[in-house]
Design a binder for this molecule. Structure first.
Ligand code: ATP
Ligand code: MG
Length: 462
């Protein structure tokens, strides 16, 4: 106790010998393995708690209330009447005799399709996608860590799926958080986006080798990795998830290898457009026809994988918290985006300029910063300032901090997977509202850019 009766702060009077007694032996690199194994066992334990009897994650059921409130906008009585009149439609299951009916998402999708065909045309039962237009690719990126990239991408993917879109999620982060959320199983880099990038390079090398042969130069050998990748398509690395209309290209630690491999390839073939690899392969393998939306989650770094994800994207979302440090760092991220992409353009356009040919330029349909984990009581002023400086670039909707995300439990990832009966209705409604509003702001952007493309295509055809 200090003289005035208050105790000393805890960092005073630490006895060196008792501090020594608490220590264990110095840590060597092999000890990291043991720590990693302990984490892996704990993770497997946690992950297994949410699994069904086949050892797979399963998606919860949806109640009539939730379906008519959030998914298919019809009155409950009308919904029940339509089901009764159409015994071939899914009828749902109830836990008790005469109790509320619950449906799987697959069943909800069938019901929505039915209402879409039979129901009133004035209601949007089926989400908008203009005929003949390819899927939109959405990258979520910021080199600052922990700003809500993965949470935002995962929630948008889920709300788009609930809305009836067919979604592909691409995890470019070797931390694999997105892959865990969608319970992906990834053994090694061959089940990630890596072979798609390798194939793109392999194909470039083949063409380049033909040119070399024509010139009388020896070709560059295609190693085993490239030969194997040349046989692979997006379909080989896309896996199903526990969501019927969300598929996944997963990630795992080995994907990080790409950060070392890509620059080596580029050194060997200066003409290889590494930034086009992902988008070219997804397009060539039909992904843009087979899906409505592709969400790309990126690591907290502006490495080669992120550059690939960014240049593939039509829409770029940059999550950030309304704090000085995150605002500051996000400004620098945009600065890095500018110098990175401008320097690629410069390098590519040297020849075009000399020959008077059209120059290449990167272009995104829309770029939006999104405030995440927003606390209105503390961050109103700072976010207003950010809004004033960023203008339209900052999405007007701020995604609130919600305890639902951390609390949802080990077997569910976020609000859309949680059963609302596990929460106080009001907490649930508020948490859901903020992510629904994030989705609404995104969907408005999406529909706008699709509409712009649709009108441009019409004009071009005239
Ligand atoms: N709206 C929210 N309310 C409360 N917590 C949130 C919210 N959004 C994200 N979080 C939490 O913030 C943390 C970081 O989120 P997330 O993993 O999505 O960030 P990230 O940018 O993908 O991180 P990394 O850079 O490591 O990839 C997580 O613990 C997540 O649960
Ligand atoms: Mg992340």
């Amino acid at each position: 106790m200090a003289k005035d009766g208050t105790s000393l702060p805890p960092y005073f009077n630490i006895d060196p010998d008792s501090a020594l007694a608490d220590l264990d032996l110095p840590t060597g690199s092999e000890d990291f393995e043991a720590i990693a194994q302990a984490c892996a066992q704990g993770r497997a334990d946690l992950a297994s708690r949410g699994l069904n009897s086949e050892g797979q994650k399963s998606l919860r059921l949806f109640s009539t209330w939730e379906i008519t409130r959030y998914l298919i906008p019809v009155a409950q009585a009308h919904f029940r009447r339509v089901l009764k009149q159409n015994p071939d439609l899914p009828q749902g299951q109830s836990e008790t005799e005469g109790g509320a009916k619950w449906f799987s998402l697959d069943e909800v999708l069938r019901l929505r399709a039915f209402f879409g065909v039979q129901g009133s045309k004035s209601k949007n039962y089926l989400p908008y996608r203009p005929e003949g237009q390819p899927a939109k690719l959405v990258a979520v990126a910021n080199f600052k860590g922990g700003v809500g990239k993965t949470s935002t991408a995962a929630h948008l993917a889920m709300s788009a799926a609930l809305d009836g879109y067919k979604v592909l999620v691409v995890d470019l982060d070797s931390q694999g958080s997105m892959t865990s959320i969608f319970s992906g199983r990834v053994e090694d880099e061959w089940q990630t986006a890596f072979p798609l990038l390798a194939r793109h390079y392999g194909e470039y090398l083949r063409i380049e080798n033909q040119r070399r042969l024509d010139r009388g130069d020896p070709p560059q050998p295609l190693d085993d990795t490239l030969s194997a990748a040349l046989e692979m398509t997006a379909e080989d690395v896309i896996q199903k998830t526990h969501w019927p209309n969300i598929d996944l290209i997963g990630a795992q630690l080995n994907l990080y290898w790409a950060e070392f491999q890509i620059p080596v390839w580029r050194m060997q073939a200066r003409g290889w457009k590494l930034w086009d690899a992902l988008s070219d392969r997804l397009a060539a393998d039909g992904v843009l026809e087979n899906y409505d939306l592709v969400f790309i989650d990126t690591p907290p770094a502006l490495g080669y994988l992120t550059i690939n994800g960014l240049s593939a994207a039509d829409i770029l979302l940059v999550p950030l918290g309304a704090s000085f440090l995150e605002f500051d760092s996000t400004g620098r991220f945009f600065d890095m985006l500018h110098s990175t992409f401008a320097s690629i353009e410069d390098g590519e356009n040297v020849a075009a300029r000399a020959l008077g040919r059209p120059e290449m330029a990167f272009e995104w349909d829309a770029v939006r910063a999104v405030i995440t984990r927003y606390d209105g009581a503390q961050q109103g002023e700072l976010s207003a300032l950010m809004q004033a400086y960023l203008g339209k670039t900052l999405s007007p909707h701020r995604q609130d901090f919600t305890a639902l995300i951390g609390q949802a439990g080990e077997q569910v990832s976020g609000i859309y997977e949680a059963d609302y009966r596990d929460f106080n209705r009001e907490t649930y409604a508020r948490g859901r509202e903020t992510f629904d509003a994030t989705y609404a702001a995104f969907k408005r952007l999406l529909i706008g850019v699709w509409r712009r493309d649709e009108l441009a295509a019409k004009q071009a055809a005239e």
